[in-house]
Design a protein around this ligand. Structure first.
Ligand code: GAF
Length: 381
């Protein structure tokens, strides 16, 4: 599948820019567990997948840099001086942001051309934006021999997201997309930005993603608002981040904060613990408890952290009575996107048919279902 994508990008670049490009593939990600814990300096458990962005890049002698978004059939041309975010910029801002963040380091770039295309469904919570940012920074690093380390590159990508897309994201998506390993997930400590690799094999079970195909408005402001709540309470507790808090600590400031904020912080403390328990269960090959943690995570995200929506809740609730599904939860930032399900391999076909029908009947629109392979991170191809 990616071979076709890469071929298409190469061909399109050559026909537009008439030179031979360097090609980068940067994957999207899934997250087994640990949602919204990354910006609390906690733990997350993501994996890079076999869907992503293919990007072709080469130096240019013209006075401007040009980027061709193949899927959208849109070209953006810009000068490397005084780069600013575009007011209604979508994909353009991820690219401009990466370039500007590289320049902030005092690095002088020459003009370049890019063509890119992707196969990550947009708005699905599978980090197409991190994949795009990483592909650009990785491509520029290779093209101009910038000697940036992978860690420097993901921080550039994250800053691009903060300053050009306006989302104060954590480091999970950029890390997973850059450092992903084949057939593995990464238990990432977002404080030290280091990870432990876990080979993933769920015996007779597999992961299945179901996309609600909805992305609700205000998801970005709601995301930033969650982060502000966490930081406000950390400040009150005189700690760097909620990673350092226990429920006991939180109870001591309960009367100083609203019940909603208390519940949100409690969710973070509990989710962070769950990531640890989940990784222990993987080590013990205790697949049944993995499913239980997924449900607990969803309950917390939905009722305490308040980032689910009716479509996600419906998908998760529809699995609860099915003995062949061990667990499910919403994945990513929330307010739409996908659920991740741990399902008996032999049940996949039945379940797909059943849930598609139920979702259609309930919301009068289709959901989409994907199987993904856990794959390597950003690389030259
Ligand atoms: C989004 C963000 F980009 C991540 O940093 C993370 O916070 C995630 O939402 C929620 O876990 O994908």
């Amino acid at each position: 599948m990616n071979k076709k994508l890469i071929k298409e990008v190469k061909k399109s670049f050559k026909s537009h820019f008439k030179t031979k490009p360097l090609i980068v593939f940067s994957p999207g990600r899934i997250n087994l567990i640990g949602e919204h814990t990354d910006y609390n300096e906690g733990f997350v458990f993501p994996a890079a997948i076999n869907k992503g962005i293919a990007l072709a890049i080469q130096k240019s002698t013209s006075k401007k840099s040009k980027v061709f978004a193949i899927n959208k059939e849109e070209i953006h041309e810009f000068s490397l001086d005084k780069i600013q975010p575009l007011e209604n910029g979508g994909w353009q801002n991820y690219i401009l942001g990466v370039v500007a963040e590289i320049q902030k380091k005092g690095i002088v770039l020459d003009n370049f051309n890019i063509a890119f295309a992707g196969n990550i469904p947009g708005g699905a919570g599978m980090s197409s934006s991190a994949a795009l940012e990483n592909s650009v920074v990785f491509g520029l690093n290779s093209l101009f021999n910038l000697s940036l380390s992978k860690k420097e590159m993901i921080l550039i990508s994250q800053n691009a997201e903060h300053n050009f897309a306006g989302v104060k994201c954590g480091i999970m998506d950029q890390y997973a997309s850059m450092f992903g390993k084949k057939e593995s997930a990464l238990l990432l400590d977002c404080r030290t930005v280091t990870s432990k690799t876990f080979k993933i094999d769920f015996n007779n079970y597999k992961l299945l993603l179901i996309n609600t195909n909805v992305k609700h408005d205000l998801s970005e402001s709601a995301y930033n608002n969650r982060r502000e709540v966490c930081e406000k309470v950390s400040h009150l507790l005189k700690i760097d981040a909620l990673r350092d808090a226990t429920r006991n600590d939180l109870d001591k400031v309960k009367s100083d904060i609203s019940e909603e904020d208390y519940q949100k912080c409690l969710y973070i403390i509990q989710e962070n613990e769950r990531v640890q328990l989940f990784s222990e269960a993987i080590e013990e090959n205790n697949i049944v408890s993995l499913g239980e943690y997924l449900y607990k995570s969803h309950n917390g995200l939905s009722t305490k952290y308040n980032v689910s929506c009716k479509e996600l809740d419906f998908l998760v609730d529809s699995t609860r009575e099915n003995q062949k599904i061990l667990g499910a939860r919403m994945m990513g930032g929330g307010f739409g996107g996908c659920t991740i399900n741990l399902i008996l391999k032999s049940e996949v076909k039945n379940f797909k048919k059943d849930i598609s029908q139920k979702f259609q009947n309930k919301f009068n629109r289709a959901c989409s279902i994907y199987s993904v392979k856990l794959s390597k991170g950003t690389r030259k191809v």
